[in-house]
Design a protein around this ligand. Structure first.
Ligand code: SAH
Ligand code: SF4
Ligand code: F3S
Length: 467
């Protein structure tokens, strides 16, 4: 998963968030989310847990009683953002104090997990540092903060945090699309990546709990669910029959829920893309024809140094099998350029792989050395060289994205309408391939799946007409 929270903003945010504030004395919480969709999901659950403790959500930090920064540690830039944001909060906290109040500040997420107490040392303003496995204890920590205590909690639990985090309320009307975390953590240890350290070992939630949550979401008006996991296709949770189920079997069971029309999952690792999951793409109409399948690089030497556990040819063969099962599937990927040891020739192998696979969408990054990961101490590639490779890769990926968008023009497809657009009478939804799609439609069509014809393609979105 990537730094997508900003681009792909909380599609699953509850519409009427204020409904939760009707109980108890009203304190106000502002939650700012960085990083991947898992963080978006976690922020929503923290919001639910705090609502139960009398906190109403608000969408700005000013005058809040509690500010939570749900952070990302994946690249250096992502991690540094939290400190600049804390700097911006300082005058707001001081103003609150002058008025006799207290703005408690909590740092959550992967920076919290990775840096722990160091955050307290670097920024005295912070009252709570809470890692992703301890969110169920957040209301208690917030209460302690109000009486002046500072808390660091980055324990990996022996208990399941999801047992304590409230699941989404159904009394309020939910957005038509929601995230649902089914798996957390990672055992793959790619040489560049912090996730196995910040999120811990792979853990899958039991099928029973996932079904209960999905059913509650659907009752609340959700029609599309995106199953989340750092390694979602490594899912192996206890099934209804007591035996472990894989992701394909979980999706098959979820597809039986009436009113749930579309199922997606992210992020997948090529090594865990098994026959059953590929078959699911051929056999389950509710499973969206879209797959985020990061490869990172196209050179076998680099893939080996990254500890990815597959070659470029393995990946290409896998893509062929997936396309044989579901010919219209749109592929998306993640790429890293300038990994330690990557030569110009290695980089060209990445370009060659991209040309061969053809992506509908992709995310690409300059390698960023992360403390504590195996690649951190290897000789680094020059920054300017990394920037040059990134620009060349992005030019190619951009071309492929445009070609994919343009190939949609003239086609008919179902679009799940999510919200009003900027222009009068306009609504915005998502195509099956996850492209934002604009069209003129009645406001009541929110939450409907409309049949549309694509009439225009921009860089990042489509224009459509009702059929
Ligand atoms: N679990 C997912 C991705 C997790 S991180 C997977 O296995 O693919 C999201 C993306 O961030 C990664 O796919 C990778 O492309 C990028 N990334 C991770 N660590 C990075 C680093 N140190 N420098 C640059 N990009 C990184
Ligand atoms: Fe990170 Fe690799 Fe695990 Fe993905 S599979 S989360 S890139 S260690
Ligand atoms: Fe970032 Fe943690 Fe997600 S490091 S990408 S928020 S798992």
């Amino acid at each position: 998963m990537q730094d997508k929270a900003q681009q792909d903003q909380p599609r699953a945010e509850a519409e009427d968030a204020s409904a939760a504030s009707s109980v108890g004395p009203t304190k106000r919480v502002f939650i700012k989310t960085y990083g991947c969709q898992m963080n978006v999901y976690d922020s929503q659950r923290m919001g639910d847990a705090l609502a139960a403790a009398g906190y109403a959500p608000q969408d700005e930090a000013e005058n809040a009683d509690l500010v939570i920064l749900n952070t990302c540690h994946i690249r250096e830039k992502a991690a540094e953002k939290v400190y600049s944001e804390l700097g911006r909060l300082a005058p707001l906290a001081a103003a609150k104090k002058r008025n006799g109040g207290k703005m408690a500040i909590a740092v959550a997420g992967c920076v919290a997990q990775a840096e722990g107490e160091e955050i307290m040392r670097r920024q005295p303003l912070v009252d709570v540092v809470v890692g992703p496995q301890a969110y169920h204890r957040l209301p208690e920590m917030a209460a302690r903060a109000r009486s002046g205590a500072r808390t660091v909690d980055t324990e990996f639990p022996t208990e399941d945090k999801f047992d304590h985090l409230p699941t989404p309320k159904t009394a309020r009307r939910l957005a038509p699309t929601a995230f649902l975390t089914v798996q957390e953590g990672c055992d793959k240890f790619c040489a560049f990546c912090v996730v196995p350290y910040t999120r811990g070992a792979e853990v899958s939630r039991p099928v029973r709990k996932i079904l209960a949550e999905a059913e509650r979401l659907v009752t609340g008006g959700v029609r599309e669910i995106t199953l989340l996991g750092q390694n979602v296709n490594a899912y192996h949770g206890a099934g209804e029959d007591g035996v472990d189920w894989g992701l394909a079997q979980l999706i098959r069971r979820l597809a039986e829920i009436d009113g749930l029309d579309l199922i997606r999952y992210t992020t997948s690792h090529p090594r865990d893309m098994d026959d059953a999951l590929i078959a699911a793409h051929a056999e389950i109409p509710k499973l969206a024809p879209y797959l985020h399948l990061p490869v990172q690089a196209g050179s076998d030497k680099v893939l080996k140094a990254m500890n990815r556990g597959h070659t470029a040819a393995d990946y290409v063969r896998l893509v062929e099998r997936i396309r044989a099962a579901r010919p219209d599937i749109a592929l998306s990927g993640d790429f890293i350029v300038g990994f330690p040891g990557e030569t110009e020739e290695d980089f060209e192998a990445t370009l060659a792989l991209v040309r061969e696979v053809r992506y509908a969408q992709a995310f690409s990054f300059k390698y960023s050395s992360r403390p504590g990961t195996p690649a951190a101490d290897r000789p680094q590639i020059d920054e300017a060289e990394k920037a040059d490779r990134l620009a060349r890769l992005q030019a190619l990926l951009g071309e492929q994205q445009r070609a994919f968008m343009e190939a949609c023009v003239g086609r008919e497809m179902p679009v799940l309408i999510e919200k009003k657009g900027r222009e009068q009478g306009q609504m915005v939804g998502r195509s099956p391939y996850l492209q934002p799609t604009h069209l003129l439609a009645p406001a009541e069509s929110r939450g409907e799946i409309l049949r549309v014809r694509i009439v225009g393609a921009g860089t990042n979105s489509l224009a459509a007409e009702l059929v």
